[in-house]
Write a new protein. Sequence first.
Length: 134
Amino acid sequence: LNKEYVSRLFEIILASGSYIFFHEFGHFLFATLMGLGPSFVTTSQPGITGMSLLSVGVSYVGTSVANSVFAILGATIVPLVVAVGIFSWGLKKGDETLMTIAEIYLILIVLNLIPFGGLELSDGYRLWEVFMGF
C-alpha cells in the first residue's frame, strides 16, 4: 500500500469519527442548555444504510420550535468551533493533516445541513420538519 494513501485514509477515518462525536455532543450540550433533558441512545437500525449499522444519537423532547432548532443547530455549532480550532492550529504549525481534517469537518457540516428528502438523519431535514410543523 502507498504510504500517502494510507495516511489520507487515516485522516478521513479520524475526521469522520471525531466529527460524529462532536456532532452528537453538540446536540447533547445545546439540549442540556435548553433544559430538554437529553440522553445518549444507541440503537440498531437495519433498514438504514449509511456509515454503519449502529446509530448513535441524542434523544430529547423539544418543548418549542426554538428549543428544537437550538438543539439541532448545536450539532453544527460545536463541530464548527472544533474545525476552526483544528484549522488554526494546523495553519500555525504548518500541518497539512490538521488542515485536511478541518476541511473534512466543514464538508460534513455542509452535507448535514442539506435537507435530503427521505433522509431523516440529516439535521437539514430535521430543521425543515420543525419549520414546516411536521
